[in-house]
Ligand binder design. Structure first.
Ligand code: HEC
Ligand code: HEC
Length: 231
């Protein structure tokens, strides 16, 4: 009897919680990509271009977050979300935080109210201020700095996902790049060919096949093979 009551109460609680969060299955990141990326660049840090149609969404998020008026700092994020929800539906010169020069350059944002509903917009605006903040920017810059500092050939290996099957020191799905470097030590040309053609059955102990990589260009092949041979 008690157990039954407890179960009922528990179920009731579950449904009560559910009805309080009707929007939590919407993916703000995906929606931002679908609804806003045609004009706003979404990268962090942004990738700007001279003919961009709108300021990057990182700039928009930082800007709105800083400019929104509030006497209570704990309310800043909610106010920023409310600003975006309103502005996207009813943009105007008076409301915009954009400086005059930028407004002239881009022109006023056309209302998006036909393209995004209230729940979607809420998910987008919430995501903007969760994701585009100083902490995530610093992390992204550190990751980027680390990536930039890598040897050119290693970047090629990352770009083409070689590292999902190969490690430098250890065998994984394929033999380690160290062992590969030994095998091809005297012939960079053969190494390049084998990357382009893929490989199967040449190494004992590896069940998988290596796919052919036909669309790596000559510079990339040069950099990649040099990097492997130096390991
Ligand atoms: C057709 C192009 C276009 C699309 C699509 C678009 N925007 Fe914009 N947006 C602009 C332009 C241009 C500006 C800069 C001028 C202005 O502030 O109105 C802007 C400015 C903004 C601003 C105001 C920034 C400020 O400082 O006042 C916000 C907020 C914003 N966009 C959010 C969004 C969101 C969220 C979406 C997706 C739901 C979106 N935009 C889709 C063109 C677009
Ligand atoms: C899906 C997994 C996979 C990926 C991705 C992959 N490889 Fe391999 N690779 C293998 C396997 C498995 C072998 C061993 C095949 C064999 O036994 O012939 C191998 C072998 C090789 C060999 C030796 C071939 C030979 O003739 O001895 C080279 C060189 C090589 N991989 C380089 C690369 C490079 C560079 C990349 C990225 C452009 C890459 N691999 C991506 C799985 C992979």
């Amino acid at each position: 009897m008690y157990i039954k009551l407890f179960l009922l109460a528990f179920l009731f609680l579950l449904t009560a919680c559910d009805s309080e969060k009707p929007q939590n299955n919407l993916d703000g990141k995906k929606l931002l990509e679908q609804k806003c990326a045609s004009c706003h660049d979404l990268h962090m840090p942004p990738i700007t271009s001279p003919d961009e149609k709108a300021p990057p969404i990182m700039a928009v998020s930082f800007h709105v977050y800083d400019f929104v008026q509030t006497g209570d700092e704990s309310q800043r994020k909610f106010k920023a979300i409310a600003f975006v929800e309103d502005y996207v539906k009813e943009p105007s010169l008076e409301k915009s935080f954009c400086d005059k020069a930028s407004l002239q350059r881009y022109g006023l944002m056309p209302s998006q109210k036909e393209h995004v509903n209230a729940a979607e917009l809420h998910a987008i605006a919430s995501y903007m201020f969760e994701h585009y903040n100083q902490k995530n920017l610093s992390e992204a810059m550190q990751t980027k700095a680390k990536y930039d500092a890598l040897p050119a050939g290693e970047k090629v290996a990352i770009r083409y996902k070689c590292l999902s099957c190969h490690r430098v020191q250890k065998d994984l799905v394929g033999p380690s790049f160290r062992r590969i470097a030994d095998k091809f030590a005297t012939s960079q040309a053969t190494l390049i060919q084998t990357i382009q053609n893929g490989s199967k059955g040449k190494w004992s102990g590896f069940k998988a096949n290596m796919p052919a990589f036909k669309d790596i260009n000559d510079t990339e092949l040069e950099e990649l093979s040099e990097w492997i041979l130096k390991l």
